[in-house]
Design a protein around this ligand. Structure first.
Ligand code: PFF
Length: 454
C-alpha cells in the first residue's frame, strides 16, 4: 500500500545517521576487529573495502530504490513493484529475518546493559582474568538476569519505534550517532597512546597477504553484507521514508564510509589496549565480555579512575551501537504489521516487542538451563545466528540483486537512481553490471561457503 501521507525523514543528515545507525552495530565492534586481526590486518581491510564498494554499495542502492519507489514496508514494496508475482516472498523473507535477528541480537544487546551497570558501579575493579571468565559464564547461564536486560533493551527499542519515524527513529539517531562517534574517537585515542600499543597497531594495520585465502575473501564479503545491514530490507524500509530528492548513491556511499570508519576505529580501541598488556585478543562474545574488561583493568592499573571511565565509555558505546541497529530491525517488522494489517503503530510495535521477547527468552535460556536442547549440534541461540546471518541474509541479498538487475524495468531503476533524471549518474552502467552479474555470483559463493561450513 503506497500512501502519500507516509512519514518522511526530515533532513539529509537524519537520513544518513539513521541508516548508518542501522549499519553500525555489534558487528562492527567485535566481529570486524577480530576478523581483521586474524586475516592479515590491513590486507583484510583492503579486501573488505573492495567488498563494500563492489558488493555493498550496489546492493544498498538497490534496497534504497525499492523502498523509496514503493514507499511501503518491505513486504508491501514487492507487491507494489511486482504485483501478483512470487517476488512478494522476498519481502516476507526480509520481515521474518528481521524478526529472528532482532530476537537473538537483543539478548547480546541486553548483556551490554549489564556491563554498563557493572562498569558504572566499578564492579570490574580488582578482578582477575579467571574472575571475569567465571562471572560471564555465571551471568550468561543465569535464568533471570539476562532476561531482565533483554526486556529492558527491547522496551527501549520499542519506545523509540512507537514514537515514529521523525520523533523516534530520526531524533534518536541524531542524538546517539554523534555520541557514538565521540566515544569511539576518544577511546581509540586513549588506546593508541598506551605504552606498548604499537604492537597492536602493527597487528591490525600491517598488511600480511600470506593470510589471504579464498575463504578470507568470502569471509570479508559476508562481513560487509552483515555489517551494512543488507539482505533483509532494513535499509529498504528506511528508504521508504526518504524524500524524492535524497541522492541514493551518495547516501549509500556515506553510510558505507561511516560504517567502515567505525569498524576500523573499534579495532584501534581493542588491539592496542590488548597488546599493551600482552593479551592476545579472543574471538566472539568472549572478546568483548571477558577479555576486554580485563584488558581495561590492566591497561590503566596505575590510574584506576581511567580504567573506570574507559570501561564505562566502552560499554555505553556498545549499547548505543546495538540500540541503533535493533531500532532498525524492529521498524522493519513494525512497519509491516502497521501497514499490511492496518494495526496502529503502537499495537504493531507491541506485537513485535512481545514476540521478540518470547523468542529472545528461548535463545537466552539456550545458553544456560536449556543448553541440552540442540538442533544439528547448535543451541537455539547459535542456530538463530547461523540461519539468519549466514543463510537468510545472503539469500535475501541475492534475490534483491536479481529483482533489481533482472526483473525491474531499467527505466524505472534509472529514474530512481537519478531522481527522475535530475542527477547525473555516470556509474549507472557499472551499477547495472554489478547488480546483474557480479553481486549475485559473489553472494552465491558466500552462501555456498556457509553451507559448506555446516
Ligand atoms: N549491521 C548490524 C551490525 O553490524 O551489528 C547488524 C544488522 C542490523 C544486520 C540490521 C542486519 C540488519 F538488518
Amino acid at each position: 500500500m503506497a500512501n502519500s501521507n507516509r512519514a518522511n525523514f526530515e533532513s539529509r543528515i537524519g537520513v544518513i545517521l539513521a541508516s548508518a545507525g542501522s549499519a553500525v552495530g555489534l558487528g562492527n565492534i567485535w566481529r570486524f576487529p577480530y576478523e581483521t586481526g586474524q586475516h592479515g590486518g590491513a590486507a583484510f581491510i583492503l579486501i573488505y573495502l573492495f567488498c563494500i564498494i563492489l558488493l555493498g554499495m550496489p546492493v544498498m542502492i538497490s534496497e534504497f530504490l525499492i523502498g523509496r519507489r514503493s514507499r511501503a514496508n518491505t513486504a508491501g514494496a514487492y507487491q507494489i513493484l511486482a504485483p501478483g508475482t512470487p517476488w512478494r516472498w522476498v519481502g516476507f523473507l526480509g520481515v521474518l529475518t528481521g524478526f529472528l535477528i532482532l530476537s537473538y541480537y537483543s539478548v547480546v544487546a541486553g548483556w551490554t546493559l549489564e556491563f554498563v551497570m557493572e562498569a558504572g558501579v566499578n564492579g570490574f575493579a580488582g578482578k582477575t582474568p579467571a574472575d571475569f571468565a567465571a562471572a560471564f559464564a555465571e551471568f550468561s547461564k543465569d535464568p533471570f538476569r539476562p532476561l531482565i536486560w533483554l526486556a529492558c533493551f527491547l522496551l527501549i527499542t520499542h519506545f523509540v519505534v512507537v514514537r515514529g519515524v521523525k520523533k523516534g527513529i530520526e531524533k534518536s539517531a541524531k542524538m546517539m550517532m554523534p555520541m557514538l562517534f565521540i566515544l569511539v574517537l576518544v577511546l581509540a585515542g586513549c588506546s593508541i597512546s598506551l605504552p606498548g600499543a604499537q604492537a597492536g597497531l602493527n597487528f591490525l594495520l600491517k598488511p600480511d597477504f600470506s593470510k589471504v585465502t579464498a575463504d578470507v575473501i568470502l569471509g570479508a564479503m559476508g562481513q560487509a553484507f552483515y555489517s551494512l545491514s543488507l539482505g533483509m530490507g532494513c535499509l529498504c524500509t528506511y528508504a521508504s521514508y526518504f524524500s524524492k530528492d535524497t541522492n541514493l548513491a551518495r547516501t549509500a556511499f556515506n553510510v558505507g564510509a561511516i560504517d567502515t570508519l567505525i569498524a576500523v576505529l573499534a579495532g584501534l580501541i581493542i588491539f592496542p589496549a590488548a597488546f599493551s598488556v600482552g593479551i592476545q585478543p579472543d574471538t566472539g562474545p568472549a572478546l568483548i565480555f571477558i577479555t576486554l574488561p580485563n584488558v581495561f583493568q590492566q591497561a590503566f592499573h596505575n590510574l584506576p579512575v581511567l580504567s573506570y571511565i574507559f570501561s564505562l565509555m566502552f560499554y555505553v558505546l556498545l549499547a548505543l551501537a546495538a540500540l541503533t541497529s535493533t531500532i532498525s530491525m524492529h521498524e522493519v517488522v513494525t512497519a509491516y504489521l502497521h501497514e499490511e494489517f492496518r494495526l496502529t503503530r503502537k499495537k504493531a510495535a507491541a506485537f513485535v516487542t512481545g514476540g521478540c521477547f518470547v523468542l529472545g527468552v528461548c535463545c537466552s535460556l539456550s545458553l544456560g538451563v536449556w543448553s541440552g536442547f540442540t538442533v544439528g549440534g547448535l543451541t537455539l541461540f547459535d542456530l538463530f545466528d547461523f540461519v539468519t546471518a549466514k543463510i537468510m541474509l545472503p539469500f535475501g541479498g541475492m534475490l534483491i540483486c536479481l529483482f533489481v538487475g533482472w526483473y525491474l524495468d531499467r527505466k524505472l531503476v534509472y529514474s530512481e537512481v537519478s531522481n527522475d533524471g535530475s542527477l547525473k549518474v555516470k556509474f549507472f552502467k557499472a551499477y547495472i553490471f554489478l547488480i546483474r552479474y557480479i553481486a549475485p555470483v559473489a553472494i552465491a559463493l558466500i552462501f555456498l561457503k556457509e553451507m559448506g561450513n555446516l
